[in-house]
Ligand binder design. Structure first.
Ligand SMILES: CC(C)(COP(=O)(O)OP(=O)(O)OC[C@H]1O[C@@H](n2cnc3c(N)ncnc32)[C@H](O)[C@@H]1OP(=O)(O)O)[C@@H](O)C(=O)NCCC(=O)NCCS
Length: 186
């Protein structure tokens, strides 16, 4: 059976590609939308607004797309953005050992596409991109209350190695820090 999202396009039409400067504006809108639909229900609206006003501006997206230490991947179905991932090779956290680690800093799939395999295809592209940069380990921070994302990361082979603080506006939150190897076992 072919699954479809709210826009009626089959998930089989998915393509994953690197973002370009021309995507910055649309990515800004998409990322802010997914962030809001994910976190607004469980957080103070002022904290959400403070974070949104800085984190996903078109300028910031353009800078991340252009940054040589970043890889920005888009999952698109037809002409619609369905997901995006941002990898960074220039960040560290004390609970992640080794100097060949790459942070999966953003990993967002639009709610309309949840549960349809897009996230796992985007993750496979992230693993490939991390390997392509000579990375051995991928790590991430995920809000301790983001149960769906944690379940997804566990399914993808991530395990807990520690915690880190995350500031959402005026709220200091706890993220679980998780890692997985990207070494080709085959
Ligand atoms: C995290 C994300 C990429 C995962 O993609 P997805 O398509 O939802 O993932 P899947 O459906 O394959 O897996 C989610 C799992 O969580 C489970 N789940 C759903 N709601 C849950 C909940 N409230 N508590 C625990 N598990 C839950 C699902 O049943 C599924 O597990 P299963 O396959 O064993 O049934 C996507 O949900 C997303 O982008 N969320 C919004 C942004 C976000 O939170 N990003 C991560 C930031 S660190």
């Amino acid at each position: 059976m072919t699954s479809t999202a709210a826009n009626g396009r089959p998930a089989g039409d998915l393509a994953i590609r690197h973002a370009t400067a021309a995507d910055a504006e649309a990515l800004s809108t998409f990322a802010a939308h997914v962030f809001h639909e994910t976190f607004a229900p469980d957080n103070d609206p002022v904290d959400i607004q403070v974070y949104l006003s800085d984190a996903f501006t078109p300028e910031k997206q353009a800078a991340e797309i252009a940054d040589p230490s970043c890889v920005c991947l888009l999952a698109v179905v037809g002409d619609a953005m369905a997901g995006y991932a941002l990898l960074r090779a220039d960040t560290t956290v004390s609970s992640v050992v080794g100097n060949r680690s790459v942070e999966l800093q953003r990993f967002y799939v639009d709610h309309a596409w949840h549960g349809q395999g897009i996230a796992s295809q985007l993750m496979a592209a992230c693993v490939e991109a991390t390997r392509g940069r000579g990375g051995a380990t991928m790590w991430l921070g995920v809000w301790e209350r983001n149960a769906r994302a944690i379940r997804f990361y566990l399914k993808q082979g991530f395990t807990d190695v520690g915690t880190q603080e995350f500031r959402l506006g005026g709220d200091l939150q706890t993220d679980r820090v998780m890692t997985r190897s990207v070494r080709d076992e085959g």
